[in-house]
Design a protein around this ligand. Structure first.
Ligand code: C5P
Length: 220
């Protein structure tokens, strides 16, 4: 039992997908269910932290004791996270943020024609990179990476590029990992270069492990 070892800590977690509107009825999104981020938020609250969960649209119940802020688009998530970042001790970015949005959102439903339709996409701001560029002393930043190939190389490069203290790499290809599952297979990468590869575990247990490692780093 971990008790209330996160008492006094302010923890912000992002979770779920973002939705990028094309018109009033359609959007661009991904398969994230929010389970990993909700598990982290729930465990952090159980361990006594003051938790803010910035969540994209999910079907999940708000974990007990968690302050939930609902958003839809990546730009809304950017505003919700950046406006609360300064007060946080740990920021854990488990959300699957859309990298692109339709460059224009139509006011009325787009009507179909006979031929193909091309949609121009605009780049969304990178929330984690913005947090990393503006990290206050003592604040710890944890990112996530999910890839279909070259997972660990990509994860290592994200950890550096976005100035994270820790990065959780999870594969989409492994059985028991990825979207919607209750278990995860992850490699933890740390800014000091070391790595940790726990075996398959529940998302709740992985949440505790991530929080253990952040707490350990905060005491150093
Ligand atoms: O580079 P990539 O998007 O794969 O990085 C993944 C990490 O960055 C995740 O922690 C994700 O939540 C975060 N991210 C973000 N803002 C974006 C894209 C990704 O915070 N626009």
């Amino acid at each position: 039992l971990t008790g209330q070892d996160l008492a006094g800590k302010h923890v912000l977690v992002t979770a779920g997908p973002t939705q990028e509107a094309m018109d009033p009825v359609r959007f661009l999104s991904n398969h994230s269910t929010g389970k990993m981020g909700y598990a982290i938020a729930g465990r952090a609250a159980m361990r006594g932290a003051e938790v803010t969960l910035v969540s994209g649209p999910t079907a999940l119940d708000t974990p007990k004791g968690v302050n939930r802020v609902d958003i839809r688009s990546a730009r809304d998530m950017y505003d919700a996270v950046l406006s609360r970042a300064a007060q946080q001790d740990f920021i854990i970015k488990a959300a699957a943020v859309g990298d692109y949005r339709p460059a224009a959102t139509a006011d009325e439903k787009l009507k179909k024609g006979d031929g193909e339709l091309n949609i121009r996409l605009a780049r969304n701001p990178d929330i984690l990179a913005a947090l990393g560029a503006d990290k206050r002393p003592g604040q710890l930043l944890c990112g996530f990476a999910m890839e279909t190939q070259n997972l660990l190389d990509n994860a290592e490069s994200k950890l550096r590029r976005k100035n994270c203290d820790m990065l959780v790499a999870n594969s989409l290809r492994d059985k028991g990992a990825g979207f919607g599952t209750d278990t995860n297979i992850a490699t933890l990468l740390f800014a000091d270069g070391h790595r940790e590869q726990p075996s398959i575990m529940s998302k709740a247990d992985l949440a505790d492990l991530i929080l253990d490692r952040l707490l350990g780093m905060s005491r150093r």
